[in-house]
Design a protein around this ligand. Structure first.
Ligand code: HEC
Ligand code: HEC
Ligand code: HEC
Length: 469
């Protein structure tokens, strides 16, 4: 009488084993499928792997490497802000250790210096190309897209080689990589293989043979260069796009705005004039914002938080021609009509146009504003030219998501220090001075005064954002 259940058990076990084998086969297939076979650019440039070998033996001195190549690599590393992620706070540049927070855990950026045991000392130019273009480490391990290779895959082989020459010329730093802290199953290569099959395609050869050989052949060379920088090295859409439950953006061309996971800053839409679209800005105003972190297209605009890091670590160093190309590309992005924009399901973004939810200023909020804020931002929220941004009539204030405003009040902040704005005016943090109710009241006042009409901010929203950065 025990025979039947036993047979059932055997059958179930066999079924499970079969399913497991199938899964394994699928994962294996997914893994090899994007291994970069038939990648003519990669093979064609194998010869450029040789000079890199010479660099490696002379690591730290750059012996045998064309100095202009290294210089170009240094410039491109700025354009990609490689140092920003690959440097721990207070740590040696490019020695890694900074964590990139994701909803699935923290992915730590590794050591990119040419140290043989802990860095890229044993890498060839081909290994490096495979990392940037295919998202695979030396040895074949699949890399997490917290490293923005879905954007960097658009970088040309020539630019990748210049980047590699620059990194190989850095002083080697011996610093072991921090292991990632990811929850199961996201710590599994199999899960990553599935993710890549769904969401990652290495750029085709044609898309990366040169900045001017991209999509839309009818566009000017300047637009093509701008597209190459914004979509590729600049990885603007790593922040300026919404992500699905598995952390993927719709495409690398999506710039319609999104909440940055975990950090909870909202990167506004670059395709909406009501958010951060710059179609109606002049090219000089756009380049000024990217170069100096402040601009005055109407009232003063400053960059904050993660965008201040982008300007501070990357765009401020770009040359006039490249900034201009980016501006031309950003200006030409098709803009969604402000009023026609469908509200997002998660309510995380968008410009608030619903009068019913509009904030009504309370006496408590007005009092807090006069006491703590008016000295800088003006009694009518008019700001101060060249110093303090206007809060009245500012699109940054009326975004549906109040996240950035809460961050600004709790943490304060400075625009980046740049040649164009060498002594930026800052804002003090109010985290210890104001409770959640106070922050909610003062921001509700700001969002409902002087012609601003956006939803009230609740103390629950403030408490959720406290402690996220
Ligand atoms: C947004 C943060 C971020 C930026 C910007 C970034 N990286 Fe990374 N990078 C990472 C993370 C995180 C990893 C680890 C991924 C993994 O282990 O799966 C990584 C991995 C790598 C690797 C693989 C190294 C190894 O030991 O396996 C290389 C090579 C690399 N990055 C080069 C670059 C270059 C070149 C740039 C600039 C063009 C750059 N990264 C910009 C976050 C970043
Ligand atoms: C690390 C995330 C991140 C990346 C990468 C990023 N941005 Fe942003 N960006 C933000 C956030 C957050 C804001 C909102 C805060 C602010 O206005 O400064 C923003 C704001 C902006 C604004 C509006 C500024 C204003 O105040 O009106 C522009 C324009 C912009 N970004 C352009 C770009 C471009 C171009 C790139 C690529 C070179 C880029 N961003 C890359 C996070 C990012
Ligand atoms: C000492 C002057 C000063 C005081 C006081 C001050 N701010 Fe600010 N505020 C600034 C500066 C400077 C910035 C730009 C910061 C940046 O770009 O990082 C700013 C930015 C902001 C922003 C973001 C604006 C934008 O365009 O994105 C908001 C919202 C804000 N402040 C609200 C407040 C509120 C509310 C108070 C009072 C509780 C306050 N500020 C007090 C100087 C001040």
């Amino acid at each position: 009488m025990t025979r039947r259940p036993a047979r059932k058990l055997v059958r179930a076990a066999a079924g499970m084993a079969g399913a497991a084998a199938l899964c394994a086969a699928a994962v294996w297939w997914l893994g090899v499928r994007d291994a970069g076979e038939g990648d003519t650019e990669g093979q064609g440039a194998a010869k450029s792997g040789a000079p890199m070998g010479t660099t490696r033996s002379g690591a730290g001195t750059g012996t045998g490497t064309d100095p202009s190549l290294v210089e170009r690599g240094a410039y491109l590393a700025r354009a990609g802000n490689c140092q920003g992620c690959h440097t721990a706070q207070g740590g040696a540049p490019y020695a890694g250790g900074r964590g990139v927070p994701t909803p699935f855990g923290t992915v730590f950026a590794p050591n990119l210096t040419p140290d043989a045991s802990t860095g890229l000392g044993r890498w060839s130019a081909n290994d490096f190309w495979r990392a940037l273009h295919h998202g695979r480490a030396r040895g074949g391990r699949l890399l997490y897209p917290a490293f923005p290779y879905p954007n960097y895959t658009r970088v040309t082989r020539a630019d990748a080689d210049a980047l590699f020459a620059y990194l190989q010329g850095l002083r080697p730093v011996t610093q072991a990589n921090t292991p990632h802290a990811l929850a199961w199953p996201f710590d599994q290569q199999a899960a990553l293989a599935v993710w890549r099959a769904l969401y990652f395609r290495a750029a085709e050869a044609g898309a990366t043979t040169g900045p001017n050989a991209g999509r839309e052949p009818g566009r000017s060379a300047e637009w093509q260069r701008g597209a190459y920088l914004v979509e590729g090295l600049g990885h603007c859409n790593a922040c300026h796009a919404s992500r699905n439950a598995l952390g993927a953006t719709a495409s690398t061309l999506d710039l319609a705005g999104g909440l940055i996971p975990v950090q909870n800053w909202y990167a506004p839409s670059l395709t909406s004039p009501a958010e951060a679209g710059v179609a109606d800005w002049s090219v000089p105003h756009i380049t000024e914002l990217l170069r100096s972190g402040v601009a005055t297209p109407g009232a003063l605009v400053t960059v904050m938080g993660p965008m201040a890091e982008v300007v501070g670590g990357s765009t401020q160093y770009l040359n006039d021609a490249d900034l201009q190309a980016m501006a031309v590309y950003l200006k030409a992005l098709p803009q969604a009509a402000a009023a026609g924009r469908a509200p997002m399901a998660d309510g995380a973004s968008g410009h608030d146009t619903t009068a019913t939810t509009a904030a009504t200023a309370t006496p408590a909020g007005a009092k807090l504003y006069d006491l703590h804020c008016a000295a800088c931002h003006g009694e009518q929220g008019e700001g101060a030219p060249g110093a303090y941004p206007a809060l009245a009539g500012s699109r940054a204030i009326t975004l549906r998501s109040p996240a950035n405003l809460v961050h600004a009040v709790l943490e304060g902040g400075f625009p980046p220090t740049t040649a164009g704005n060498p002594r930026p005016y800052g804002m003090p943090p109010f985290a210890t001075l104001l409770g959640n109710d106070d922050v909610a009241a003062v921001l509700t006042h700001v969002r409902g005064s002087w012609g601003n009409r956006a939803a009230a901010v609740t103390s629950l929203e403030v408490s959720r954002l406290r402690g996220t950065k």
